[in-house]
Write a protein that binds this ligand. Sequence first.
Ligand SMILES: [Zn+2]
Ligand SMILES: [Zn+2]
Length: 375
Amino acid sequence: MNYMRRLKAQRLDHTIGEEMDLGGGFCVICGAGPPLVHDRMCEKCLRKRITVVKLSDTVQHFRCYRCGLVEVQGRWIEIPDDDLWEELIQRSLEVHKEAEQFSFSLAPQRIDDRNTRLHLQVDAIVHGLQFTENHSLLARMSNGVCLTCTRRAGNYFEATVQLRSAGRRLEEHELTEMRASLDEMLSGMNPDPMFFVTSEGTVQGGYDLVVGSKSMARTWGRHLINRWGGHLKETKSVVGRKDGIDLTRLTLLYRRPAFDVGDVIRFRQTLWRVGSWSSDGALIHKVERAERIGVSWRDLEKSVVISRQRDHTVVDLLRFDTSAGEFLNPRNWKMETIRLPYAHQGEMTLRLADIEGDWLALPQMAVDIPKEEEE
Ligand SMILES: [Zn+2]
Ligand SMILES: [Zn+2]
C-alpha cells in the first residue's frame, strides 16, 4: 500500500487554477495596497494565517511483541517501515482544504526501539501561493499481542495433521520437504489469523502438527496428495457444544506412499516406474516395453519399491547399436555392455537402476528431466 500516493491523488483532484483576487482596495488586516491575494488580504497577511498541514505531536501504533505484526486499521499485518510511517502520517495529518498540488517527503529518524521521529516536508499551493512547511511527528510503538499469538498462547487448535507413510518410516528429508511445503503454501495464500501451528513434533512413525484452522489443515492435505500422492483419512471428534452447534476437532491422517514419482517398483512380478499420481492411485509405466496402466492405492499396497529415483545413476554411453550399449561401470571403471531401454532414441546418456546388484537401463520419463536440472 502506498498511502502517500493515495494522498497525492486525492489532492490532485482539486487542482483547478485559482485566480488571484486582483481587485482594488486595501488589505483588511494591515491596510497595504494591492495586489490582494485572497479574502481581501495581502500576501504577507495571508501567509501568516495559513497552515497547510496540521499534525499531532505523537502517534501511537501497536506491534505484536511475539511475532512483529503491526496493527493497521484494526488488522494485524506485516508492513515495511516506510509504509508504516506513511500510514501513521495519513492517520495524524489534516491538510488545508484549499491545498493544491500537495506533496510531502519524509525522513524517519530512529530515536530508540520504540520511538521514531518522522520529519516531514510539505509542499502545496494555497490560494495561488506556494507553501513549504516542515513538521515532525513522534511515532511511538507499544507492545501488543496479535490475534494469532493470543490464540497460539492459549494453545487454541482446531485440527491435527498426522504425517505418516505406508508401511515404513518417513525419512528425515521427506519430513523436511513436507513441512516446508506448508510454509510455502501459507506464503502463497492470503494471511489468515487462524493459519498457525500451535505445536508440532516427531512422533512414533511420523510427525504431528496441531494447527489453528480446519481449512488450513484440509488445504495442506490436498497439497500433500497433489505433490506426493497417497491418501488422507479424515476423523472428526465432537469436543463440546456452543450455541446449539457441535464443536468439532479434525484429525487428518496423511499417508505418503512408500514410493515417489520416478521410482522403480515391482508390481505383479513386473518392474514399473511410477509416472504420475491419479485421483485414486498412480499411473505406472512398464520398464520393459511401452505400456501404461492406472493402479489404485489398494492394489499398490502390494507393490515393492525396488529402486528409488534418487538412487539411480546416469552414465554416458560410449557406443551403442540398436539393442545394446557400452558404458564405464562407475563402481569399478570397467567397460560393460547393457541392453538399451525400449524407448532409446540415440541419447548419449543412460539412466541405470541397481536391481539386486545388476544394472538395468530405464526408459526416459518426463519426471527425469526437471530432477536432473535441480541437481
Ligand atoms: Zn496585509
Ligand atoms: Zn503476533
